[in-house]
Design a protein around this ligand. Structure first.
Ligand code: SF4
Length: 454
């Protein structure tokens, strides 16, 4: 999922539209935009599908105004419904407001139950709706930021919320800083985005990252910071660097392409192998493959081609869809791999089905050996923070050791990047969330590990 807000820019919804396009890789199930027009009236359009399917020129033009927020959605199969497509939009006597959200609140079920007992009714399974219920609106004269702070303090887990009223946007990040959220400047206005790649597309200039436990208020006075949480930590999701984010995004001062390239270099230092060529799995592993190639001196070759018009496999919500997706989206280049010993670099192994299929494809195309090198550690635990890695029983490396996994995917050898090198590849960082690799979750979980993503 990803969020994008624009304040103080003419035709804000067009900017949001282009920005959401650049973040389509973060969610392909639905998207939406809410704008505030010159009279302070909120207007929304949203739908299931890609940004290019949901919006057209007419629909964008109808969302007039100089302020708006947008969202692209990814959910598990269970939550796949129009009700969950954001931004959510609420009417209230104290003033209408809209909310967009990225992440996963781990105590959502507990908070929802307690609110329902007190009479709240929910339309969706979205954390954005939960936040709307938690924001108290008793005193219309009290600045809304106080009730937002009180609401956020009750929520545990990963979240980046954009809350928009008719006058301002509040950009809020959880106290662990699991997922990125940055501010940019566009003319006299501001942009806030889950990924900095959106800034380049719409011509905004990066200003700074929003800190863990911070709310940034954006309105006609400019931007103001409120630190609402104590004991903040910097637990950026390692998978943002490894797989999720676009290579042209910078996350907390570290470029994603540079991270992946460094991880590839370290992967070679830790797990060299005799071979003829290095091939990366497009797109998220190409940077790591380049790093491996440079460090090893082996030529980097385009041994796999991606059909750009098929969605990501990892992000599609059912196994059947994912398997179909892999078959449609990757093809081996026979003239390159035929008769070669190939080092195949991939970013991670989740269920193992994609790896098995790719190894098989390369062998069918004539590769004499396929040595798989993974630019992250063995993934042994599910994620609770909004990245749908998989359930515990589906994770290949939770069920078997590396030797058995090597056999299962049909490779000649298999090696993973060490935990230490994964952290050190993010130059300048001293900490990250690596819980799906080591099970050390930064928060309480509020549910059994076996039940996640079911
Ligand atoms: S558990 Fe893994 S995927 Fe989830 S936030 Fe932590 S590093 Fe990211």
């Amino acid at each position: 999922m990803s969020v994008l807000g624009v304040y103080g820019v003419e035709h804000a919804s067009s900017m949001i539209y282009y920005g959401l396009h650049t973040m389509q890789h973060r969610g392909q199930e639905g998207c939406g935009i809410v704008s505030v027009d010159a009279d302070g009236k909120m207007k929304r359009h949203r739908g299931m599908g890609l940004v290019s399917e949901v919006f057209n020129e007419q629909k964008i033009a109808a969302l007039d105004g100089a302020m708006g927020i947008g969202h692209v959605l990814y959910t598990g199969a269970a939550s796949r419904s129009m009700d969950n497509v954001q931004p959510l939009y609420f009417h209230h006597g104290s003033g209408d407001f809209a909310i967009a959200h990225n992440g996963n609140v781990v105590n959502a079920a507990k908070l929802t139950e307690s609110l329902e007992r007190r009479g709240s009714l929910f339309h969706s399974h979205s954390d954005a709706e939960l936040l709307a219920h938690l924001i108290k609106k008793d005193d219309p004269d009290e600045p809304r930021i106080f009730s937002i702070i009180e609401a956020l303090k009750q929520m545990e887990g990963a979240y980046a919320f954009l809350i928009m009223t008719k006058n301002r946007i509040y950009a809020c990040r959880d106290k662990y800083g699991f997922h990125p959220l940055s501010i940019g400047k566009l003319g006299d206005g501001y942009v806030v985005s889950s990924e900095t790649c959106a800034f380049d597309t719409i011509g905004a200039e990066f200003v700074r990252d929003i800190a863990p436990g911070e709310i940034v208020t954006i309105d006609k006075k400019g931007i103001r910071s409120t630190i609402y949480a104590e004991q903040c930590k910097c637990k950026m999701c390692a998978m943002e660097y490894i797989y999720f984010a676009r290579p042209d995004s910078d996350i907390e001062g570290c470029n994603v392409h540079a991270y992946r390239k460094e991880s590839g270099r370290r992967l070679y230092q830790e797990s060299p192998v005799e071979a003829d060529i290095v091939v990366g799995v497009p797109d998220s592993s190409l940077s790591a493959a380049q790093g491996y190639s440079e460090a090893s001196g082996l030529p980097y070759e385009m041994g796999l081609i991606k059909n750009k018009y098929v969605g990501r496999t990892f992000i599609q919500p059912s196994q059947a869809l994912r398997e179909k997706g892999v078959r449609m989206k990757l093809s081996p280049v026979r003239s390159i791999v035929n008769g070669k010993r190939v080092v195949l670099v991939d970013d991670s192994i989740v269920r193992g089905t994609t790896s098995r299929r790719i190894v098989n494809m390369l062998r069918e195309a004539g590769a004499t050996e396929v040595h798989v090198r993974i630019a992250s550690p063995t993934m042994t635990h599910p994620c609770f923070y909004g990245v749908d890695t998989s359930t515990l029983e589906e994770l290949m490396l939770a069920r078997m050791d590396v030797a058995a996994a090597c056999k299962a995917i049909g490779a000649d050898s298999l090696a993973f990047l060490s935990y230490d090198a994964t952290l050190k590849s993010a130059i300048g960082r001293t900490d990250m969330c690596l819980a799906c690799f080591d099970g050390r979750y930064p928060t309480e979980l509020y549910q059994n590990i076996e039940d996640v993503n079911k």
